[in-house]
Design a protein around this ligand. Structure first.
Ligand SMILES: Nc1nc2c(ncn2[C@@H]2O[C@H](COP(=O)(O)OP(=O)(O)OP(=O)(O)O)[C@@H](O)[C@H]2O)c(=O)[nH]1
Ligand SMILES: [Mg+2]
Length: 219
């Protein structure tokens, strides 16, 4: 019975996600679902990305946290349209939560909508939001073993970001092990080593994302 209920929840979410995907396409919004552990640097990375992509395109953000408006306030202080969702205990976003949040953002494409999912390496990956791209942000202090321990979320990523690369000299982090564990579950996925503190390789990533999002953002 438990398995049947679970299947039915995921099926219903998938249907709503497909509807979202059509909405995003008609609005000319390339939607990026940003997943990763608590503290990996999701908000910091989004802020840096906004500085580059926001110059050329519409750039909006949906923030999701169990509680608080801390991240939304950070995004808003940078002059970026943002809407905060609080899940009140829920460990992931669901497709049904997105359309009303997007409406409140009042943004017009062509451009990007970044959705910062709840900090968690398990739950968010099963719930499609209708996004164009899913990225997973991992960070040096979390350790190189995260992809090997939580393969599910890395297997469905369109790009993996290794953030906090500026901390590499201070920690024992095996990059080869990290990358090989990702490739074992997701053969062709690009891995970007960035720092959301220094800005290293943010432009490299934004060029990649611009190129891969053509279908959604072309005028
Ligand atoms: N040294 C260093 N610190 C970073 C970097 N990126 C983020 N941080 C710091 O890491 C901490 C967490 O960053 P956030 O951007 O809030 O991380 P998050 O993934 O959004 O966190 P939650 O929303 O709580 O899950 C903050 O103190 C950031 O300043 C980085 O590239 N290098
Ligand atoms: Mg955050």
């Amino acid at each position: 019975v438990k398995i049947e209920i679970r299947k039915s929840i995921l099926r219903s979410n998938d249907e709503k996600a497909q509807k979202n995907a059509r909405l995003f396409e008609s609005e000319k919004l390339a939607v990026i679902n940003v997943m990763g552990s608590p503290g990996a640097g999701k908000t910091s990375f989004i802020l840096k990305l906004a500085k580059v992509l926001g110059k050329k395109y519409t750039f909006g953000v949906i923030e999701a946290d169990v509680a608080s408006r801390i991240d939304a306030d950070k995004i808003s202080s940078a002059g970026i349209p943002v809407f905060q969702i609080n899940t009140d205990g829920g460990c992931h976003l669901e497709a049904s939560m997105i359309p009303s949040a997007l409406k409140k953002l009042e943004i017009k494409g062509p451009g990007f909508l970044l959705i910062e999912n709840i900090g968690n390496l398990i739950c968010p990956s099963e719930f499609d939001l209708g996004e164009a791209l899913r990225i997973v942000i991992s960070s040096v202090p979390e350790g190189h073993d995260k992809p090997a321990k939580y393969p599910g979320i890395f297997s469905s990523a369109d790009a993996v970001i290794l953030n906090k690369i500026d901390l590499l000299p201070y920690l024992d982090f095996d990059r080869e092990f990290f990358v090989n564990s990702i490739k074992a579950v997701n053969d062709e996925v690009p891995v970007f080593e960035v720092s959301s503190k220094t800005g290293r390789s943010i432009r490299l990533f934004s060029s990649w994302v611009e190129k891969i999002s053509k279908k959604w953002i072309e005028r």
